[in-house]
Ligand binder design. Structure first.
Ligand code: ZN
Length: 322
């Protein structure tokens, strides 16, 4: 039987309710220039276009998803999670500065006493349950090798090498902690969509290109304020050259998202948010730059079988070898 793949294509038309919206994806201020220009690239045919890079769009979507996730993880009535471990992983998902983490996104707190006792017991139970699952063990083996899992070649069996009975001791051990981190990121809907340090996320975002011939520019001059002393900085006048857009089209693709999974539900909430409240792209948040709302959202879910396998089956059938 051929494997079935899923692909969700999403097209979001963003606008500022029939008004033009200033957008500025800065390319950094040249020394001594004091002008912040819109990022542009030159295409193969020599034509210059303004670009809103996929990374900017993904970052803005991620911020929305993070705020939603934090909200729903604390809501006992929320129905976006299917199993308790999804809620626990979401609750523990943290973004911020930490000293010894490879990434500033993590789930395992330094101090387990910060987790409520009933949640901690449940977390222990759920994590231990994962170690009974062979596909999880295989995955841990592929990432951590013998640090986490013992592989018996003769019997082709996997056995966990980490002890989650004493979770306190485990999180104080660098390797064990990393395994728990990985297990939680597997069940975190935000990490599944946007990626964690162990795997790539399922959501792909395309860059948006804007034809310079079709948009106006506006220049605004600002005075830089020293935020600490609340006074004007000397020689701190600077200008923004924003692009005025009427409408842009955002294209997202999600691969292999299980129907009705927590990550699909989170993605749908992000899309709803863009429709109801909007999204902010690029610089100038405090001066109202980059605010757009989804005017329309088209979602196409495609399921397709692995064509190479299907082809093979057809050939076998043709040859009478069914
Ligand atoms: Zn996460």
């Amino acid at each position: 039987m051929a494997k079935i793949y899923d692909r969700i294509n999403i097209k979001v038309t963003l606008s500022n309710e029939n008004q033009q919206a200033p957008i500025l994806i800065g390319k950094g201020v040249e020394p001594g220039e004091n002008v912040r220009e819109q990022l542009e690239i030159t295409l193969g045919n020599g034509k210059k276009v303004y670009v809103i890079p996929s990374t900017s769009i993904k970052g803005a979507l991620r911020t929305i998803a993070y705020n939603i996730l934090k909200h729903v993880a604390g809501d006992p009535d929320s129905n976006i999670f299917k199993e308790n471990i999804h809620r626990l992983a979401s609750m523990l998902h943290t973004e911020g500065v930490s000293d010894d983490e490879k990434s500033n996104i993590y789930h395992v707190p330094k101090d387990l006493s910060k987790i409520e006792k009933t949640d901690l017991e449940e977390l222990k139970k759920q994590l231990k349950k994962q170690l009974d699952n062979e596909s999880i063990l295989k995955m841990l083996y592929s990432i951590f090798k013998e640090d986490a899992v013992e592989f018996n070649e003769e019997q082709a069996t996997f056995k966990p090498k980490i002890d989650l009975d004493n979770l306190d001791r485990c999180v104080n051990d660098k390797k064990c902690r990393e395994v728990v981190e990985c297990l939680l990121s597997i069940y975190c809907p935000l990490c599944r969509l946007f990626g964690s340090r162990f795997y790539k996320g399922k959501l792909n975002v395309s860059s948006v290109f804007i034809d310079p011939g079709k948009v106006a520019r506006i220049t605004r001059t600002h005075v830089a304020i020293d935020r600490r002393r609340l006074v004007k900085q000397e020689k701190a006048l600077y200008s923004d050259r924003a692009v005025m857009v009427r409408e842009i089209e955002m294209e997202l693709t999600a691969l292999d998202i299980e129907e009705d999974s927590p990550e699909e539900r989170l993605l749908n909430l992000v899309l709803d948010y863009m429709k109801e409240i909007g999204i902010q792209l690029g610089a100038g948040k405090t001066i109202g730059y980059g605010y757009l709302k989804a005017r329309s959202i088209d979602i196409d879910r495609l399921s397709y079988r692995d064509l190479s396998e299907e082809l093979e089956e057809n050939i076998h059938r043709l040859l009478g070898k069914e």
